[in-house]
Design a protein around this ligand. Structure first.
Ligand code: SF4
Length: 251
């Protein structure tokens, strides 16, 4: 009887140990790519990164279903980063970021999201990125849910430290919710949207991305995704070959 109880306890411990093994974020196994000076016409000559596809949020509605990054040359690049053929491990990526000149503009993730464990953002990733980007004008976006694990406090922590993480939304209600949580928000709008700016029901202002309204504005000139008023959200008009699919998620 005693042996049976001991065996049962061992089974329970083994079961939970194996669960924690599978839940461990192995940042060292993920691939990240840094382009120190992008040739992209929209971003302009600034630093941009790409993260392996496994960083994408399981709650992103565009996951394999309308994501702008899954077509054209960006998709080919993303596939190579995701397979490890291109890019470097997290430690090397951090070193490369630290070597960028003081005050450089840096867009993290032209494709990809924040490394996570079943939707819970990696605390180690956020902590190390805050240190590696503190000399930069750095920003990114996330589709990770604010309701999962410590996501809300980690995103807040990064924003407070100057590494801007915009909450990606599909509705104005989500924009109002993110801003009510004191977080910067961006939202996808229909490709046919003709307004340049408007108000949400919550009284926040939505402004269409200037680079989508002018051929002469680039992110490196604009930088609204890094710094803007607390009640201002950026709208991105659905574009690319998947825009119809993307629009089907809007509300
Ligand atoms: S709002 Fe400005 S920084 Fe953001 S994507 Fe558009 S041009 Fe780039």
């Amino acid at each position: 009887m005693w042996r049976l109880r001991r065996y049962s306890s061992w089974l329970i411990v083994s079961f939970f140990s194996s669960l924690s093994f599978f839940q461990t974020v192995q940042l060292s196994k993920l691939s990240f790519h840094l382009t120190a000076k992008s040739g992209n016409a929209k971003t302009g000559p600034m630093a941009v990164s790409t993260s392996a596809k496994s960083t994408c949020s399981p709650t992103c509605p565009f996951l394999d279903n309308g994501c702008y990054a899954t077509s054209g040359p960006l998709n080919l690049h993303w596939l190579k980063v995701s397979s490890g053929e291109r890019g470097s491990n997290f430690a090397t990526f951090l070193s490369k970021l630290q070597e960028l000149p003081e005050g450089s503009a840096f867009r993290h993730n032209q494709a990809g999201d924040l490394p996570h464990n079943l939707g819970k953002i990696s605390e180690t990733f956020i902590r190390k990125m805050i240190v590696a980007t503190k000399h930069l004008r750095a920003y990114t976006y996330t589709h990770h849910s604010l309701k999962v694990g410590e996501n809300l406090s980690l995103i807040r922590k990064a924003n407070r430290a100057g590494f801007t993480i915009n909450v990606s939304c599909e509705s104005e209600a989500q924009v109002d919710d993110a801003i009510a949580h004191n977080l910067p928000a961006v939202v996808v709008a229909k490709s046919t949207e003709s307004r340049v700016t408007w108000h949400t029901e919550g009284g926040n202002v939505v402004v269409v991305c200037p680079a989508q309204r002018s051929d002469t504005v680039t992110c490196s000139d604009c930088m609204l995704c890094h710094k803007r008023g607390k009640k201002v959200a950026i709208a991105f008009l659905a574009h690319g070959t998947s825009k119809r699919k993307a629009e089907s998620h809007l509300s």
